[in-house]
Each structure stands twice: as C-alpha cells, then as structure tokens.
Design a protein around this ligand. Structure first.
Ligand code: C2E
Ligand code: MG
Ligand code: MG
Ligand code: MG
Length: 278
C-alpha cells in the first residue's frame, strides 16, 4: 500500500488496480473456455519469396473472438494463456488446425506456427507436433515452428534437446522477432535455425533511421553466411520491399501482400498473389 494515504489519488489508484485485476481474472476464465466455445480461430498470412514472388509459406496467427469484447489481440491473451497454463491446450489446438489447413494447400507452400516459451518448458510439444503431422498427413518439412528468444532464455539444455528432436523429425525452426531480445547472436551459435525473421520494428524505421538500415544489412549478411533463410516482417510499402530485396533478403511478410486471412479465404489469396506475380 502506498504511503501518504488520505490523498484521494492513491485510493483511486488502488481501485483502478483492483478493477484491472478483476478484469484480468475474468478474461483468464473466459480464455479457458474459449476453445470449447469455438471462439478461437486461426488466420493465415502469406510469406512471399522476394526472388520470384511466390508464396513460400503462411504464418498461422491466432484470433480470439470474445462474445462481449469482440476481437482480443494475441499480444494480450497469449501472455495470459502462458501464465495460466492454458497455452498447452491452445498451442496444441493451433498446431492441429494449422497442419490440417496446410495439408490442403499446394505442395510447395508450408505453414509456420508460433510456439511460446511456456510450451517448450513441457516435453509434450514434441508429441503434439508428431500428432498434428500424423493426423493431417502434412509432411514434416512443410511445418515450421517460430520461436522467440524468450524460449532459449528459459531452460537452455532441455530446450535445446527439444529443438534438436524436432529438427530430427524434419520440422523447420525459425527465430522470430530477431534483434529484439537480449542475446540473439549467442542463440544463433547454440542452435542451427533454418530461418531468422527480422523484427518489424527495423523494417518500420528503414527510411527513418540509418541504424535500422545497418541492422537489416548486418542481419541479412549474418543469416546468409550461416546458411539460413532471412525473412523480413511488417512490410507495408513497395519501397520497403524493394529495399529488402536489394539487400538480399530472401522473403517478406506484411500488409503489402496481405493481412492475415481466415482459412476459408486462403485459396483466393493464393490465386491473387499468383496473378500479381505473373
Ligand atoms: P509474430 O509472430 O511476430 O507475428 C507477426 C505479427 O505482425 C502479427 O500480429 C501480424 O498480424 C503482424 N503483422 C504482419 N504484417 C504486418 C504489417 O505489415 N504491419 C503491421 N503493423 N503488423 C503486421 P498478431 O497477429 O497480432 O500477433 C501478435 C503476436 O502474437 C505474434 O507476433 C505472436 O508472437 C503471437 N501469436 C499469434 N498467434 C500465436 C499462436 O498461435 N501461438 C503463440 N504462442 N503466439 C501467437
Ligand atoms: Mg511469428
Ligand atoms: Mg515476429
Ligand atoms: Mg512479434
């Protein structure tokens, strides 16, 4: 409790905290029921190869349509799911949905699924991946798992063992939001990622700060010399795309090509992008 009680401001602050906490508890409860109530949906956003403008894969992005609040952003509910443990069931569900959808896409198009640190702390992630692949019939090489640096920050030895097991299955592994964590470079040394995704904050600042341009150039060089695919996130303009292509970036993802779309819209989207590339 803050000192200086008697100042109206403090008790107002406490009440507000209390309200926040209650709202959070309510949201946590709702989240636990979200799968059963059919409120979760997986959207897909294409990732385009910059050399021949073909879709190389699509990222699965979770959407929660809350009955009263409307769409709740994954940036808000994924951390909640991680804290409450709901992420286990939600993560497995996303893997299943994503693999099942991707099995109906053209053979050359893979699917990328975000896996959070909390899922990695549990060895069940390997079983979940194997089940999703078997059930859907999707070949392992068409599945990519995106992990952020926070995954590696946790239990390094066990996490690395899990990553190696997944790689042995033939699944690809990408480092997401590269450059935003604490020691990205040492992680590149400890695990053979197939891909690095340059965080969208660097792309957003490309024409504003020289340091962003330098960082993009270094990351592309680094990734290529380590034999990794380099993907840039958050491409919104032709100029950004052209810049990245000239820097030698392999792939790009962003609103310029498409926003994330529901599974039902993906084939029409593939058609549009194929026409645009031709
Ligand atoms: P992320 O994995 O880095 O995903 C990329 C985010 O950038 C997505 O936000 C996407 O909609 C957004 N984005 C794509 N292109 C553009 C663009 O051109 N401009 C801008 N401003 N944004 C763009 P979204 O869908 O809100 O997801 C936010 C984060 O939530 C994801 O970041 C990921 O970390 C997490 N997330 C989403 N779905 C899942 C999931 O199924 N499991 C887990 N563990 N995390 C997920
Ligand atoms: Mg991602
Ligand atoms: Mg990202
Ligand atoms: Mg992100």
């Amino acid at each position: 409790r803050a000192k200086g009680g008697g100042r109206g401001g403090w008790s107002f602050f406490d009440e507000e905290m209390d309200l926040e906490l209650r709202k959070r508890r309510a949201l946590e409860n709702d989240l636990r029921l979200a799968i059963a109530h059919g409120e979760l949906e997986v959207y897909f956003q294409p990732i385009v190869n910059l050399a021949h403008h073909r879709v190389s894969c699509c990222e699965a992005l979770l959407r929660w349509k809350h009955p009263e609040r409307g769409y709740v952003s994954p940036a808000e509910f994924i951390p909640l799911a991680e804290e409450t443990g709901a992420i286990g069931a939600i993560g497995e569900w996303v893997l299943r949905r994503a693999c099942r959808e991707a099995a109906s896409w053209p053979d050359g198009i893979g699917v990328a699924v975000n896996v959070s640190a909390a899922q990695f702390r549990n060895a069940a992630v390997v079983r979940a991946v194997m089940e999703a692949l078997t059930e859907s019939g999707l070949p392992a090489y068409r599945l990519e798992l995106e992990i952020t640096e926070s995954v590696l920050l946790t239990d390094n030895v066990a996490t690395l063992a899990t990553l190696h097991t997944l790689k042995r299955l033939g699944v690809r592994v990408a480092m997401d939001d590269f450059g935003t964590g604490y020691s990205s470079l040492s992680y590149l040394q400890s695990f053979p990622f197939d891909k690095i995704k340059i965080d969208q904050s660097f792309v957003r600042n490309l024409d504003i700060t020289a340091s962003s341009r330098l960082i993009v150039r270094s990351v592309v060089g680094l990734g290529r010399s380590l034999g990794m695919t380099v993907t840039a996130e958050g491409i919104e303009t032709e100029a950004q795309m052209e810049h990245l292509r000239l820097e030698g970036c392999d792939e790009a993802q962003g609103y310029l090509f498409s926003r994330p779309v529901p599974a039902a819209g993906i084939h029409a989207l593939f058609d549009r992008l194929r026409r645009q590339a031709a």
